[in-house]
Design a protein around this ligand. Structure first.
Ligand code: PLP
Length: 413
């Protein structure tokens, strides 16, 4: 295998359809940001919009801005923009709450549509909040629902006639393994179960076709690949065919048919607003809208192709330059089965990542021993991928990661 040179990477960047896109993001000098799968970076558009929302809409418009600045419509307007990125239709997506809270609402609502069935199925090793929330749903629901989890290899076959809802994360947060959404959805439907897809590691990174896959429900995250900012609100998808029947348990006033009628009895909104609960976080939703608008001209097929190019480059460079250091690829080698990040396993993973971060290569660590690198063509370049592997190679060869300052665990990894 002939070694890939940095010049070749620079050439790849010149040919990238996203060569101009990086200038839209505000990234610190000397930082190679490979963690957009965990927290997307700030964009100039989001910063300006946030400032405008604070100074003008809140500062000057005050309460009037609910009407005059479009605050009231924001959750659905923004939902429609996200819908385009996940193959959903108009009126099927709303931006509200966090992914955890939305999963609670959606899983409970889905289970209620399948009375008499006892199982809520998910994957062992799914993102922890998903399992914790589903445990909460099973305790909260009447009629003896229980959460049953299976290893990934067994979870599809385990879906049976007693299954009310299957909840799976489309792209796994550690390994980046990707489910075949259409095939798994069909498998669930074949036995009469409903499916909820968690798109937190998919939206804005890989092609998602919820309606083509016939998906029932989905939730997803606003602060990862969508670049909405820390704690940005999340979104919910409900397939149009279920909308009229769905009753979610957190029936707050913003999900009411007439929130400003101030009546005592709850009547859900006829549209997707029924998935909302309380007052939306307008400032963070505004930043998210500006960030999502940056995807308006983006062809998701081209974006995915470039992200695959980058992750393939990273894996090949690691094979060429970091062999013999005990780093194991913990993601599928086949790009078709992989999302938009790559994980490597190493017993000293935590310290290795800390050493990388100290040298400006920012990825992250996931217990017990995984280091993750995200590939985000909107602002990452192939030359940076080359530089990142060069840094990794040096840290491994010199064992720089063994210094005590890199082994001390911080609160957030
Ligand atoms: C990031 C992520 C979440 C985040 O949930 P929050 O409620 O925003 O903390 C949930 N599920 C998955 C699969 C994720 O990757």
């Amino acid at each position: 295998m002939t070694a890939i040179t940095r010049d070749q990477c620079v050439e790849l960047d010149r040919a990238s359809p996203f060569a101009q896109s990086r200038a839209r993001f505000v990234l610190p000098e000397g930082c190679i940001y490979m963690n957009g799968n965990s927290l997307g970076p700030l964009s100039d558009a989001a910063r300006k919009r946030m400032a405008g929302a604070v100074d003008s809409e809140w500062g000057k418009g005050l309460i009037r801005s609910w009407n005059t600045a479009g605050w009231y419509d924001l959750p659905v307007r923004l939902g429609d923009k996200i819908a385009r990125l996940v193959g959903a239709g108009e009126g099927e997506v709303v931006v509200t709450d966090s992914t955890s809270v939305n999963l609670f609402k959606v899983a409970a609502a889905a289970a209620a549509l399948r009375p008499g069935r006892t199982k809520i199925i998910s994957e062992k090793g799914n993102f922890p909040t998903d399992l914790y929330v589903l445990d909460g749903v099973s305790r909260f629901m009447e009629g003896g629902r229980r959460l049953v989890t299976y290893d990934r290899a067994e979870v599809i076959d385990a879906i049976d006639e007693d299954t009310a809802v299957v909840v799976l994360t489309h792209v796994h947060y550690v390994t980046a393994e990707m489910f075949d959404m259409a095939a798994v959805t069909k498998r669930a439907h074949d036995v009469g179960a409903l499916i909820v897809w968690d798109l937190s590691h998919s939206v804005g990174a890989v092609e998602v076709q919820l309606n083509a896959a016939n998906a029932d429900f989905a939730v997803g995250c606003g602060y990862k690949y969508l670049n909405g900012g820390p704690g940005a609100p999340a979104f919910v998808f409900v397939a149009n065919r279920h909308l009229a029947d769905v009753r979610q348990p957190l029936s707050g006033w913003f999900g009411h048919a007439q929130p400003f009628a101030f009546v005592d009895d709850y009547t859900p909104a006829a549209n997707i607003r029924r998935m909302m609960t309380g007052t939306p976080p307008v400032l963070s939703a505004s930043a998210l809208e500006a960030a999502v608008d940056l995807f308006a001209g983006v062809d998701m097929k081209a974006l995915r192709a470039q992200s695959v190019r980058m992750s393939e480059l990273f894996i090949t460079l690691c094979e060429q330059r970091c062999a013999g250091f005990g780093l194991q690829l913990a993601s599928p080698r086949d790009a078709v089965l992989r999302g938009s990040h790559v994980s490597l396993a190493h017993p000293d993973g935590y310290a290795i990542m800390q050493a990388l971060i100290a040298r400006g290569v920012i990825g992250d660590f996931r217990a017990p021993h995984f280091i993750r690198f995200g590939f985000t063509p909107l602002y990452l370049t192939c030359a940076e991928v080359w530089d990142a592997v060069e840094t990794l190679q040096d840290i491994m060869a010199t064992k720089a990661y063994a210094q005590p300052e890199f082994t001390k665990r911080l609160a957030v990894t």
